[in-house]
Design a protein around this ligand. Sequence first.
Ligand SMILES: [Zn+2]
Length: 163
Amino acid sequence: MPFGLIVQLPGLAYRLPSAVAKQHVFSCTALHGLLMLHAQSMILQLAQSAICNRFHTAVQRLSRWLFLTSERAHSDRFELTHEFVAEMVGGPRTAISQAAATLRRLGVIDYERGVMIIRNRTQLHRMACECADAVGSAVRGDGAGALSPAGRSARRARATKSR
Ligand SMILES: [Zn+2]
């Protein structure tokens, strides 16, 4: 099966020969458990992305992607082009550029010459769709995720009722 890998941001990574991984994956329960959690997280992210691309606006999706990327990279500054971001967010470059211009006009982000800067993380999180929380909790392993276009609204309604 052919695979392609994309490194989204500069950073450190480890790699090992697949034969070594195969040798240890079933004999090391800790490694096996981590790989199963990662696989579960990836499946949830793929499913959530399909829902996200169908139901959420370019501004919501761009906000989600930038918020999660910032969380994972522990940085509010990235070297990214609009074309690459459009590929990651899932939309035409023009739509993503318009969404970025909207976020910039609101003071949420800024960008120039291939560098994206998050100016207001709290606002960026507010503008993101609920997929940010669903995917974020799946990646961190602290929740089951939403898998619903109305998940955040439903959770808010339940929380309000239980008060
Ligand atoms: Zn979404």
